[in-house]
Design a protein around this ligand. Sequence first.
Ligand code: CO
Length: 209
Amino acid sequence: MKEYKKLLLSNKAWASERLELDPTYFENLSKTQTPLFLWIGCADSRVPAEEITHADPGDIFVHRNVANMVVHTDINLLSVLQYAVEVLEVKHIIVCGHYNCGGVKAAMTNHDFGLINKWLRNIKEVYEKHYEDLHDITDETARFNKLVELNVAEQIQNLAKTSIVQKAWKNRQFPHLHGWVFDIHKGEIKEVLNINAGEWSSPVFHYDF
Ligand code: CO
């Protein structure tokens, strides 16, 4: 069987299973979405947001890219962020990285990867910022893991630097920001950094509204 046909067959099976449990399931699902969470995760196939958090359709608004980055010039990410914060009014934004992240690993090398160099550059900036501390860690895997964690913390701060998030903090005391790392060896999520709504400020990145 062609590989992709398996996905279509599985979809049919999934839809009928749902209907068996609740005949109104899709009728209700189609009405509206009121997710409490925005998830910014890595595109890696091993880190599916709903699966690892046991969430259902409708629970999480999801954006994924290589190495779960919050890049202030990325119109795709910013559009997702604005819609999630201003229209859906999510209460929490999660940036979820993961150990063994190929994007982070690539950024730690000096290889030329072509076009993706431009994207990896954002991770390289985090690497350079913490270069000395990271190289105090002699174990290579531990150093790699540490950069995964530092990168998540940096992306959380990138969220806090946006006028979208700061405006929502002022107007409705949400969203809270959560930096997580998925431990791909254990299946467990580790909390790296939490910033409660409004509990972050910077003399440089603070906006007056
Ligand atoms: Co990754």
